[in-house]
Write a protein that binds this ligand. Structure first.
Ligand SMILES: [Mg+2]
Length: 356
């Protein structure tokens, strides 16, 4: 669900899954049982039925969005002879979703899986967090990073058209390597900083609310806010935004995000990076984007429309998506990345050993 300024009384929920497969309602039904033995029976029965319903809904959803692990053979069939590029979201994709966003750390095993895949394919992280923050969390110099939903990109220097963009400037990365820095919403920096401070002030009375400054966007997390206060926090953000017509609100996983009204998103960031990598106009490219959030849908859509690759949605519940495949959770993402790297290693070694 997206809350826009046209909504009179915003009410929060998780972005809606495709089916009613939420188990949350089960617990409410349990409250109606009267005696303890009956209560237990009803509980066991309801949980079992709900669980079966959920499994059925998830299985039928997976027919539409098959597991990228189980479809691996099919994926490498598509990849043969093509240049693969990997795009990864961070939260909920490489790291688990946790109550405190500061504690969303990726495991060392995941880090080495990402590092290994980047040895074989150009790999970029595209996150809603600030670029500096996501770089600190991932800590791999081999990758390209796009923060603030793609509004802050540090990409490779190339001879392609991307470097000609008027807002693209030459810079250096943490290692002193020459890079292209692209910040299409640079003019919004002061306004985002101002709205961040206003949001901190206006939500300080709501227990559990957390506001973050992601440089080119600001986010208000309500994961730790009591559900009865969700309408309060939504109204609060809505009221602050009334004073900022050039900002808009989007809704992620228990987070409201304030972003500049510009025609730029994770999908555009993927196009920009493919361009920078000299891959955008190639026919032999397979871009794979793995993400779990609504903001990743823009990237899935770009790949689907341009026929340059596909999206993989990370989700343990059925959801409407423009992705082509699915993975259930970050541990499956890690397995997929490992499998992909190991397939490439085998392929390269076979090639090396084959007589010319
Ligand atoms: Mg995410």
């Amino acid at each position: 669900m997206e809350i826009t300024s046209s909504h009179a009384s915003p009410v929060l929920a998780d972005p809606a899954p495709a089916s009613k497969g939420r188990l949350g309602g089960v617990h409410t039904s349990l409250l109606s049982a009267s005696s303890p033995p009956r209560k237990k029976l009803v509980k066991d029965f309801n949980l079992e039925v709900a669980s079966e319903d959920f499994d059925t809904a998830y299985m039928s959803w997976m027919l539409k969005y098959p597991s990228a692990l189980r479809s691996f053979e099919h994926i490498i069939d598509q990849a043969k002879g093509k240049k693969i590029a990997i795009f990864l979201d961070y939260d909920g994709t490489l790291s688990p979703i946790v109550n405190d966003p500061d504690c969303a750390l990726m495991s060392d095993d995941m880090r080495s899986a990402v590092k290994n895949v980047s040895r074989h394919f150009p790999t970029a992280i595209i996150s809603g967090r600030s670029r500096d923050k996501v770089y600190d969390l991932v800590g791999l110099t081999e990758l390209y990073y796009a923060g603030s939903h793609g509004m802050d990109i540090m990409g490779p220097i190339s001879n392609s058209g991307s470097s000609d963009h008027p807002r693209c400037v030459k810079s250096t990365d943490q290692q002193g390597k020459a890079v292209n820095l692209f910040q299409p919403a640079r003019e919004f920096l002061p306004v985002i900083d101002e709205v961040f401070r206003t949001l901190v002030e206006s939500t300080k009375g709501i227990k559990g609310a957390k506001v973050e400054n992601h440089k080119f966007c600001a986010s208000v997390h309500y994961r730790n806010v009591e559900e009865k206060n969700w309408p309060v926090i939504a109204q609060c953000v809505h009221d602050v935004l009334k004073g900022y017509p050039r900002l808009r609100l989007t809704h992620g996983r228990k987070v409201l995000e304030v972003r500049p009204v510009i025609d730029w998103n994770k999908g555009k960031a993927v196009e920009f990076l493919l361009d920078s990598l000299g891959l955008r106009s190639c026919n032999d490219v397979l871009a794979i984007y793995i993400g779990d959030d609504k903001t990743d849908e823009d990237a899935f859509k770009v790949l689907l429309k341009s026929n340059t690759g596909f999206g993989i949605l990370v989700s343990s519940i059925p959801k409407e998506t423009r992705a082509f495949y699915s993975l259930k959770e970050p541990s499956e993402v890690m397995e997929f990345l490992r499998t992909l790297a190991s397939w490439k290693e085998t392929e390269d070694s076979d090639k090396y050993q084959s007589p010319v």
